[in-house]
Design a protein. Structure first.
Length: 528
């Protein structure tokens, strides 16, 4: 694969720039008038997800050149390298293994990863069997009581995916133990959760790929103290009330965790892609094995689609290409993601990490500064509440913000009237963003320019399979976007400096070289 890839040097990019100039004068609404079949042609359904991308400022010519860009970027070769477990995360010298977590043994073998099939299946079986043991009460606390509450301690990718799925599918519905998430080490979040719990019936699940993340370590320490006080345990982490999920098994052992209660996953699984691994242990325990496996099956269906569908009928390719189109040629630094329905309220937060930690990069794979825009800022909220807050800017502001509107057609929790209300609002917003309202009878402050693009994604129902497919869709969207932009989507070096400085500040390594502002702020640190 050609490594230094400069998308702007491709003929496709130059043609896209030309299209963008020509389309500056066109309106999306006119594109519909010119092509009565547009809505039908620019929509497709895959794995329980219907995508209507017809309300975008694109023509067949634009799409053809976006796909030409994908070809110039050697998307096909990169995609094969991803699924074959080649070390495409070059700055960390690692393969990218999240698709392997949900692949069948036959898929892995076909991709030359037969050697991985056994270890991956063993890791999966270990945490799924343990999750069932928690559910059925075979794995119990020291008093012999089964667990009623699971406290999942983790941050970033070690929290957001499982929390999204739990709130979408489990919360208030699942029959198993209750699941609580604590990420922040602010000293308030964990005590607020523990206050309502019985230590004898609580299992603490410490989730950290590196097992060095201070927020998670601080919370684990607090939880250990709470268990020690409540149950008189001398070594809480060694007790059946504590379990670790990590890719650094030796660190967990060194902290006293019992080896049989440490669930591992491979280094090659990035935190923000780790939901499918043992990071989903507490989720599987609370939700049940079958729903968790259905989640994996949904993601697998999206993997297959991504590998097999031609570019023009390929959901991740379409969404990523549209993202690059607006970002590069229309200055769309921000994209909004708005799920309609409270059960999907964590999706924007999950996508913020997934997209911004992956594609918020300033250098190409070979380390040269990029001179084209990379990852977009992801803005998000839940519909319809978001309509009553930031949508004003989307409709009349001076920023150009493309929107993904995500709805659920069947939803068991709500009555028909509410479901219709939500979906009608979603559809109305897509229409309003596109058509605007330029009635000359209106005063200027009431007119809406319109011509603002949106994708509508409708899930047939909020089920494990469709949710798995939706999350995998956005994972592959990130990957394709990274390939088109010539960057490595799988490292995150930008988060390191701040962590290091915080460590130094806390260790009292005051440095004369620090600026006066930092020194003055430091003087305000509690405890001197
Ligand atoms: O600081 C960023 C990050 O490294 C994320 O990439 C990761 O998901 C999160 O921290 C948590 O890391 P860990 O799972 O190692 O505790």
């Amino acid at each position: 694969m050609e490594r230094p890839f400069d998308p702007t040097a491709t003929a496709a990019w130059q043609r896209l720039a030309g299209h963008a100039r020509a389309l500056a004068e066109r309106r999306i609404a006119d594109l519909f008038a010119a092509d009565p079949a547009r809505a039908e042609r620019y929509s497709l359904e895959v794995a329980g997800i219907f995508l209507d991308y017809s309300k975008n400022l694109v023509t067949d010519g634009v799409l053809a050149d976006l796909f030409a860009l994908a070809e110039a970027a050697q998307l096909d070769a990169w995609r094969q390298a991803l699924f074959r477990g080649e070390p495409i995360n070059e700055s960390e010298g690692r393969a990218v293994l999240h698709p392997a977590l949900r692949a069948t043994a036959a898929d892995l073998e076909a991709d030359g990863l037969a050697a991985l099939a056994g270890p991956l299946a063993a890791q999966r079986e270990a945490f799924l069997a343990a999750a069932e043991a928690v559910r059925t009460g075979t794995w119990r606390g020291v008093t012999g009581a089964p667990f009623r509450d699971l406290v999942h301690l983790g941050i970033g990718g070690s929290e957001l995916g499982p929390k999204l799925v739990w709130e979408a599918l489990g919360e208030g519905r699942a029959q198993g133990p209750r699941l609580h998430f604590v990420a922040n080490a602010d000293g308030e979040a964990l005590p607020a959760v523990l206050a309502g719990l019985d230590p004898a019936r609580t299992l603490v699940v410490v989730v950290s790929k590196s097992f060095t993340t201070p927020e998670t370590a601080l919370n684990a320490e607090l939880a250990a103290r709470w268990l020690a006080d409540g149950l008189g345990l001398r070594e809480p982490t060694a007790s059946p009330h504590f379990t670790a999920v990590t890719a650094a098994d030796e660190r967990a052992r060194a902290q006293g965790y019992a080896p049989e209660r440490i669930f591992a996953f491979p280094e090659g699984v990035g935190g923000r892609f780790s939901l499918w691994s043992a990071v989903g242990f507490s989720l599987a325990a609370a939700l049940g094995r079958a729903p968790f496996e259905a989640l994996l099956a949904g993601a697998r269906a999206m993997d297959r689609h991504f590998r097999e569908a031609p570019l023009g009928r390929n959901l991740p390719v379409l969404l990523a290409s549209l993202g690059v189109w607006y970002n590069a040629f229309f200055g769309a630094a921000v994209r909004a993601v708005v799920p309609y329905g409270e059960r999907l309220r964590r999706l924007p937060e999950h996508l913020q990490q997934l997209e911004m930690e992956s594609n918020g990069k300033g250098v190409t794979r070979d380390g040269r500064p990029v001179h084209w825009p990379t990852g977009q800022v992801v803005l998000g909220g839940v519909g319809t509440a978001a309509q009553h807050s930031f949508f004003q800017l989307l409709h009349q502001g001076t920023r150009f913000v493309p929107v993904d509107l995500i709805g659920v057609v069947e939803s068991s929790g709500a009555d028909l009237r509410q479901r219709r209300f939500l979906l009608a609002n979603l559809i109305a917003q897509a229409r309003a963003l596109m058509s605007g309202d330029s009635d000359p009878a209106l005063p200027p402050h009431r007119r809406q320019p319109g011509n603002r693009p949106s994708n509508v994604l409708l899930l047939t129902r909020l089920a494990p399979e469709t949710l798995g497919a939706l999350i995998a869709l956005y994972e592959h969207r990130v990957f394709v976007e990274g390939v088109l932009l010539g960057i490595n989507s799988f490292d995150q070096w930008g988060v390191e400096l701040g962590k290091r400085l915080a460590r130094q500040l806390l260790a009292g390594e005051e440095s004369e070289s620090w600026d006066p502002s930092t020194r003055a702020l430091l003087a305000r640190l509690p405890g001197g």
